[in-house]
Design a protein around this ligand. Structure first.
Ligand code: ATP
Ligand code: MG
Length: 332
C-alpha cells in the first residue's frame, strides 16, 4: 500500500502535561498539521489503564485539549478529537488482538515499568495498552506517527501487527512509521537526569509543567542536577548538562553544537539562567492562551464533537474493510 501523508498521534489526558511532552510530541503535532492531514487524539481510554479518578479525568481532558489548541493546533487545519467518542477504536482493538502475539505484549517495557508502580491493581488494560494504541493509528491508515523516543517499542509492535494482519487477511492496513525529533525525543527529569520526564512518575521538582508559573520554571531549571565539572558540553557522563543543552537547542531552534560554542567558558550558573529564561519565554504564550481557552468547556466540547465526526468517518471506512477481510459480519 502506498504511504500516505496522513499523520496520527495521541496524548493522554492524565496529570499535567510537561516540557517533555511539549518538545517530544506537541511541538511536532503543530509542525506536522500543515505537512499533511493531521489527526490528533486525546486518549482518555488509555488513561483508564492505571489508577485514576473519574471526575478528574474529565477535567484533565479539557486541560489537555486546551493546551493543544493553545500550542497551535487549529481545528480547521487538523482533526482534533477524544478517543472514546469514536467507538471504532475499541472494536478494532479486539479485532487486532487476533494478530497480536501475547509474547510480544509480554516484552513491552512500558508495561513492566508502569505495572511496578501500581499499588492496588495491575489491570489487564495496562497489558493491552499497546493494542489499543495500534488500533488508534491503524484505524486511520496513517503513514506517520510523531512521538517521543519512549514509544519506539510500541510503534514497532503496531507495525508488526499491521504486517501480520495484511499477510493473514490481505492488504488492508497501512504500515505506519514513527517520527522522532532529532533533538528532544527524550527530555530527562531535571532532578534525575537518567530518567525520562514523565506525567506519572519522577521528582516533581524536576518536572517542568507547561502551565507552571514563570518563577517556578526558573526555580526548577536553576536547581537542575548537573555534575561536578564546569564545561557546557554534551557527554554520556554529563546527563544533566546534555539535557539542558538539548532543551535550549530546541527552544532556540538551533543545533546543540551552537549552544556548546556559545557557552564555552561560561559557568553552569550562567548557562542555567539562560536556559531558564528561554524556557519561560517559550511556554509563556501557551500559558496565556490556555488561560483564555480553558474556562469555556462548551467551546472545547464543540471542537471535540466536530473532530470526532470527521474522525469517525475515516475510521468507520477502515473497519468495513477490516471486518470484511476477517470474515466478520455480512459481506460488505
Ligand atoms: P506517562 O509517563 O504516564 O506515560 P507521558 O508523560 O509519557 O505519561 P503521554 O501522554 O503518555 O505522557 O505521552 C504523550 C507524548 O509525549 C508521547 O508521544 C510521548 O512519547 C511523548 N513524551 C513523553 N515524555 C517525553 C519526554 N520526556 N521527552 C520527549 N517526549 C516525551
Ligand atoms: Mg507515555
Amino acid at each position: 500500500m502506498a504511504p500516505t501523508e496522513r499523520i496520527f498521534s495521541g496524548i493522554q489526558p492524565t496529570g499535567r502535561k510537561h516540557l517533555g511532552n511539549y518538545i517530544g510530541a506537541i511541538r511536532q503535532y503543530v509542525e506536522w498539521q500543515d505537512r499533511g492531514e493531521g489527526i490528533y487524539c486525546i486518549v482518555d481510554l488509555h488513561a483508564t489503564t492505571v489508577a485514576y479518578e473519574p471526575a478528574e479525568l474529565r477535567e484533565r481532558l479539557y486541560d489537555t485539549t486546551a493546551i493543544l489548541i493553545a500550542a497551535g493546533l487549529d481545528a480547521d487545519r487538523c482533526i482534533l478529537f477524544r478517543q472514546s467518542d469514536v467507538r471504532e477504536h475499541t472494536e478494532l482493538t479486539w479485532l487486532l488482538s487476533a494478530v497480536t502475539a501475547w509474547g510480544d505484549l509480554n516484552r513491552m517495557h512500558q508495561f513492566k515499568e508502569k505495572s511496578e508502580q501500581q499499588r492496588e491493581l495491575v489491570s489487564a488494560g495496562l497489558f493491552f495498552y499497546p493494542v489499543l494504541m495500534a488500533a488508534d493509528v491503524l484505524a486511520y491508515r496513517a503513514g506517520v506517527v510523531p512521538v517521543g523516543d519512549d514509544q519506539r517499542q510500541h510503534i514497532e509492535l503496531m507495525r508488526d501487527i499491521a504486517e501480520r494482519f495484511n499477510a493473514r487477511f490481505g492488504d488492508v492496513l497501512q504500515v505506519p512509521e514513527g517520527r522522532y525529533p532529532e533533538v528532544g525525543a527524550r527530555i530527562m527529569n531535571l532532578q534525575e537526569p537518567t530518567s525520562r520526564m514523565s506525567t506519572t512518575y519522577g521528582a516533581e521538582q524536576g518536572t517542568v509543567y507547561i502551565l507552571d508559573e514563570a518563577d517556578l520554571v526558573r526555580k526548577k531549571v536553576r536547581s537542575a542536577v548537573t555534575d561536578s565539572g564546569t564545561e557546557v558540553r554534551r557527554a554520556p557522563d554529563k546527563e544533566g548538562i546534555t539535557n539542558l543543552i538539548d532543551i535550549l537547542s530546541v527552544v532556540r531552534g538551533v543545533d546543540p553544537s551552537e549552544i556548546e560554542t556559545e557557552f564555552e567558558g561560561s559557568g553552569y550558573g550562567d548557562f542555567k539562567g539562560a536556559v531558564a529564561d528561554a524556557v519561560v519565554d517559550y511556554l509563556a504564550p501557551v500559558r496565556e492562551r490556555y488561560a483564555e481557552l480553558r474556562p469555556d468547556e462548551a467551546a472545547i466540547e464543540a471542537i471535540l464533537a466536530a473532530g470526532a465526526e470527521k474522525a469517525r468517518e475515516i475510521a468507520a471506512d477502515t473497519l468495513v474493510d477490516v471486518r470484511d477481510a476477517m470474515g466478520i459480519g455480512p459481506h460488505k
